[in-house]
Design a protein around this ligand. Structure first.
Ligand SMILES: C[S@@+](CC[C@H](N)C(=O)[O-])C[C@H]1O[C@@H](n2cnc3c(N)ncnc32)[C@H](O)[C@@H]1O
Length: 249
């Protein structure tokens, strides 16, 4: 007979355990998602839209419009570093973290080729200590990591933002959009646990995002704008892009 729950971490680990580690049911954003992502990035020739070395169109637009000014940035779940490299080229001091050593190695190559400095870290962003991700960051970018979290791990995600996002700092999020033309599972949080599956990633409505990030102020929330193949930017229509600001006080 198991009586394993004593602390909040025990509860979170128990809930993690309800989900498998396959892409379909998926604990893809906790430490044991690492092998999945390593295999995912192992073949660079696969036609995965975000394998391109182009920054998110919304991030580039925010920079061009002066909504985001250079400072210290964190790319959370950076993959092969598309956005991290772009931010470094635009004058940011960039930390970038990913679970997958294969993705981080690819990101380092891209940074070298682009002639920019990015401080890559490999590991579970929510488990790294303050010594590794200390902040405060003027900008935190998450393109495609948040939507892989199981609902109960949002608590740790918000705690990380709270710990490392500077007062007045910006949070730029890109995640699966619920509704027409969207992508990701529209199961309710409760049904994820009933079905014991994250179905590859969770879709969000604008109101759900506003609720989760209620401690931040919305600057912009819109669909990503699709980009033609020849565009220097990345853009697919099935994602939300959001920019939030942390109140200065
Ligand atoms: C859909 S990919 C997006 C990669 C990259 N941001 C991009 O857009 O090209 C999601 C990434 O989040 C990373 N990831 C998931 N959970 C993580 C965690 N707990 N800590 C760090 N990285 C994580 C995965 O390894 C994966 O590279």
């Amino acid at each position: 007979m198991d009586r394993t729950v004593r602390t909040v971490d025990d509860v979170l680990a128990l809930l993690d355990g309800l989900f498998g580690t396959t892409p379909e049911t998926g604990r893809l954003a906790t430490g044991d998602g690492r092998d999945y992502w390593d295999r995912f990035y192992g073949d660079r020739s696969r036609p995965v839209p975000f394998f391109v070395a182009k920054p998110d169109e919304n991030l580039a637009a925010h920079l061009d419009r002066g909504l985001i000014a250079p400072g210290r940035a964190l790319d959370l779940g950076c993959g092969p570093g598309r956005n991290a490299v772009h931010l470094a080229a635009r004058g940011f001091e960039v930390d970038a973290v990913d679970l997958s050593p294969v993705a981080v190695a690819w990101g380092r190559e891209r940074a070298r080729e682009a002639g920019v400095d990015v401080r890559f870290r490999c590991g579970d962003a929510f488990a790294l200590g303050a010594g590794e991700l200390s902040g405060p960051y003027d900008l935190i970018v998450d393109s495609g990591c948040f939507h892989h979290l199981p609902p109960h791990r949002r608590v740790g995600y918000l705690a990380l933002l709270d710990r490392v996002l500077a007062p007045g700092g910006l949070f730029a999020l890109t995640c699966f959009a619920a509704g027409e033309g969207g992508m990701g599972s529209e199961l309710s949080d409760a049904d994820c646990y009933r079905e014991r599956s994250l179905h590859g990633g969770l879709a969000y409505t604008p109101d759900a995002l506003r609720r989760v990030f209620a401690d931040l102020t919305e600057v912009e929330l819109r669909r990503m704008r699709e980009q033609p193949a020849e565009s220097p930017l990345f853009g697919v229509p099935f994602l939300w892009t959001a920019l939030f600001r942390r109140p200065a006080h």
